[in-house]
Design a binder for this molecule. Structure first.
Ligand SMILES: Nc1ncnc2c1ncn2[C@@H]1O[C@H](COP(=O)(O)OP(=O)(O)OP(=O)(O)O)[C@@H](O)[C@H]1O
Ligand SMILES: [Mg+2]
Length: 455
């Protein structure tokens, strides 16, 4: 049964409207004060509200706006003796289904309610879809099926439910922030904020007051009280990125917060309780930093309660293809190229697999973005890939295996360029490793340059 509220400061009208709708089988409640309806709606959000316009306290529009704050799919019908044409227009703009003149005629009122119920269904469905979409942007947007990455994601699911501190490590661009977002979204705190702090980007003098807040006059420039990011993350999570870069002073303050669960604003004497799930990330080897005396050991252990390592892309097998295809689909959709959706040729995918991706996922994303902008063809071939990728700079031996399905010429080219880069440009050494003469190597290189020149 659809929940329907009837709101009018005149009890006689309230009753009349309720009587009209009684036999249509709604769950009807009448209110003579809009505030009462707001309270009731918090517990039991109505599908449809039929309300007077001019009421003491809140007028119909104010009432609507207030109720929609927690029940965005509720639809409204306004019944008014006094609403002007302007009022009616503004009500319609706010999605009021119908404006009826007092006293409302039974038939037209019932018709309006039927319409309003239909609209409510649509609005509720819309809201659901949008929430699903938000989900899509979150965890299910994370791409990766390889064994090492799946292990990381299993860890994410396992730790999301408890409030322990997480330390996320991994090379640049591996997805540390994505992992933190996933943990937050899967946690019971998902309805609250995830506050992100890029510790390395904030000057040390500011970082303390950013994190913990300050009170007015505590230092020059502190013209008003400031709530710190820890307090903003109350009931939610805070992500401290590049934690390896914070100074000993901030390290000490952070340690206290983790130990006590309380923050002290700069210049304040009192402390405040905060309930925040702390996640930190670094590309540095913190244990080494501890050994070298650059990072407090006690803080390290406080942070490292649950360590999560994000493996580099070169250890994630075919994930690079899944990522590249996903990014290509997304970027193509975003561009207005039109025509055929873009794809990679089989040979190009082999090359992507063979490359070592020192910039990890971010590097894949950047390269794909550039390809969508610059490549004219809808099927991306080997020649469209950037030189760095094609030359397979830094390909580890294990990955050479991936070359076996390339044409002989392509494989040869990758092997040669890779050998040269592995030997830091020393061609004599590269030639020796490849078992060919130096002159042959030069000849091959010249032919590649000629190729590139044509392209
Ligand atoms: N598994 C994944 N699936 C989809 N997109 C990903 C994945 N991992 C990372 N990305 C995307 O790659 C980019 C880099 O990821 P992110 O910023 O999380 O890396 P990071 O490890 O924090 O990098 P840095 O060390 O440079 O801070 C982002 O745009 C992110 O959306
Ligand atoms: Mg990051």
């Amino acid at each position: 049964m659809a929940v329907v509220f009837v709101v009018d400061d005149d009890p006689v009208t309230c009753e009349a409207v309720a009587r009209t709708l009684q036999r249509d089988g709604h769950d009807l409640t009448t209110f003579t004060h809009p505030e009462q309806a707001l309270d009731a709606g918090r517990v039991n959000p109505p599908a449809v509200v039929i309300t007077d316009f001019a009421m003491p306290g809140l007028n119909g529009l104010e009432f609507l706006l207030e109720l929609r704050r927690y029940s965005p799919a509720t639809t409204f019908i306004v019944v008014s003796g006094q609403a002007t044409v302007e009022d009616a227009v503004s009500l319609m703009k706010h999605g009021v289904v119908d404006v009826q003149v007092k006293p409302p005629r039974a038939r037209s009122l019932r018709k309006a309610v039927t319409l309003a119920l239909k609209q409510h269904e649509l609005a509720a469905e819309n809201l659901r879809l949008r929430q699903d979409l938000r989900g899509l942007r979150g965890v299910s947007r994370v791409v990766g099926a390889s064994r090492p990455f799946s292990a990381t994601m299993r860890m994410v699911e396992k730790v999301a439910g408890n409030p322990s501190t997480v330390l996320i490590t991994g090379e640049t661009g591996t997805g540390k922030e994505v992992i933190a977002e996933s943990i937050h979204e899967l946690s019971p705190r998902a309805d609250h904020r995830l506050v992100k702090v890029h510790c390395a980007a904030i000057p040390e003098t500011l970082l303390e007051s950013e994190l913990f807040g300050h009170i007015r006059g505590s230092f020059t420039g502190a013209i008003r009280d400031k709530v710190g990011l820890f307090e903003e993350a109350h009931q939610g999570s805070i992500f401290l990125d590049e934690i390896g870069e914070i100074t000993p002073n901030v390290q000490a303050k952070l340690l206290r917060v983790l130990q006590t669960g309380e923050v002290q604003r700069v210049g304040d004497t009192k402390t405040r309780k905060v309930d925040t799930r702390v996640m930190a990330a670094t590309h540095r080897d913190l244990q080494k930093a501890v050994a070298e005396g650059e990072f407090r050991e006690d803080l390290f252990y406080r942070l490292n309660v649950i360590p999560i390592h994000v493996p580099p892309l070169r250890e994630r097998g075919d994930d690079v293809l899944l990522l590249a295809r996903r990014f290509l689909a997304v970027e193509w959709e975003r561009s207005d190229r039109g025509g055929e959706p873009m794809s990679f040729s089989a040979e190009a995918e082999k090359v992507l697999l063979g490359y070592s991706w020192p910039g990890n996922v971010r590097e894949v994303q950047n390269i794909v973005t550039r390809l969508v902008a610059l490549c004219d063809r809808s099927v991306i071939g080997v020649d469209d890939l950037p030189d760095s990728v094609r030359s397979g700079k830094g390909v580890p031996a294990s990955k050479i295996d991936a070359l076996k399905e390339l044409s002989l010429e392509q494989a040869e080219r990758l092997l040669i360029l890779n050998a040269i880069s592995r030997n830091q440009g020393n061609k004599k050494q590269a030639a020796r490793q490849l078992g060919i003469g130096l002159a042959t190597l030069y000849r091959k290189l010249q032919s590649y340059e000629a190729d590139t020149g044509e392209a």
